[in-house]
Design a protein around this ligand. Structure first.
Ligand SMILES: [Zn+2]
Length: 298
């Protein structure tokens, strides 16, 4: 059976796992990374974390937050690991291990992992939305990731819900993630009450205790997200739309409204065949390993 390595470069750690072709983890390894380090130390830590697992595998997939260049395989810089700049990840690992190396941003990896091993695996095409700090997206068609020209496509979180609406982290106003995401919920709640919440859990806890303001914010945000998804369905006509990410832990609070609003506003010919629901929230390393499986067509 063909095995692949998945590497998840996150804030503070590098996780590496070896998977078989059915997505079962065989071995794993983990290294902590300090906040301040230079390119050489980072690349040394990365290769030494991978090395014990790099036998009998067909390739290495690497995922990390951006900004990155997926053609050259370079991490341009990192918000969590200061001191890194233009890190040649793909080039270094290919030379070190003589294996094909694929490098993508972690949202794209999550989308690919869900498409290969998730709730609707085997579908012809899937639009996967990552609902967390922000709203990310990935589109997988016939087993391949579509990232757009230069690799920055499917940024559904930054499509407009309200013209001239709330300020988004991207600098524009009225983006859907200003209304439906951890950042969006906390900012809208602060705007309405002058009270700072620290995380999505505390916001959803307020919704569970019937807090009127929190419920209204979630209701409007859910409609905003539903209509962004409606637009994307009409553009892409995917076989399945899947929601993953930390916020889906509270899917019971908004999933029904979200799905109903989407289904009642898309063309009926699309509605009859569309698969719609919550994904499996697979690991970042499996998402990264899926880059290898996608390119090797296992
Ligand atoms: Zn935005």
């Amino acid at each position: 059976m063909k095995h692949a390595i998945g590497v998840d470069i996150g804030g503070g750690s590098i996780r590496v796992s070896l998977f078989d072709g059915t997505g079962n983890e065989q071995k794993s390894n983990l290294s902590k990374t300090p906040d301040h380090l230079d390119n050489d130390l980072f690349l040394k830590t990365l290769t030494e974390t991978i090395r014990p697992l790099a036998k009998d595998c067909i390739g290495i997939g690497v995922g990390s937050p951006g900004p990155l260049n997926n053609e050259t395989g370079t991490l341009l810089k990192s918000a969590n690991m200061q001191g890194l700049q233009n890190v040649p990840i793909k080039q270094t690992l290919e030379k070190e291990f003589s294996l094909p190396v694929y490098y993508e941003n972690d949202a794209n990896c999550a989308a690919l992992g869900e498409a290969y091993f998730g709730t609707y695996k085997g579908c012809e095409s899937q639009l996967i939305l990552t609902l967390g700090t922000g709203v990310g997206g990935g589109f997988v068609k016939q087993g391949e990731l579509y990232t757009g020209f230069l690799g920055n496509g499917i940024e559904i979180g930054h499509t407009t819900s309200v013209i001239g609406g709330a300020l988004c982290g991207c600098g524009a106003k009225g983006c859907v993630e200003s209304y439906f995401s951890t950042k969006g919920f906390l900012n809208r709640y602060f705007e309405a009450t002058n009270t700072k919440l620290t995380d999505a859990e505390s916001f959803f806890q307020l919704v569970r205790t019937e807090n009127k303001v929190a419920k209204e914010i979630l209701h409007f945000g859910t409609l905003a997200l539903a209509h962004a998804v409606r637009g994307a369905i009409h553009l892409l006509n995917p076989e399945a739309v899947v929601f993953v990410g930390g916020i889906t832990n509270s899917y019971d609070l908004f999933g029904e409204l979200l799905e109903n609003e989407i289904r009642s506003n898309i063309f009926s010919v699309l509605n009859e065949r569309l698969k719609l629901g919550k994904g499996r929230n697979l690991s970042g390393t499996l998402g990264a390993a899926s880059l290898v499986f996608a390119n090797k067509k296992v």
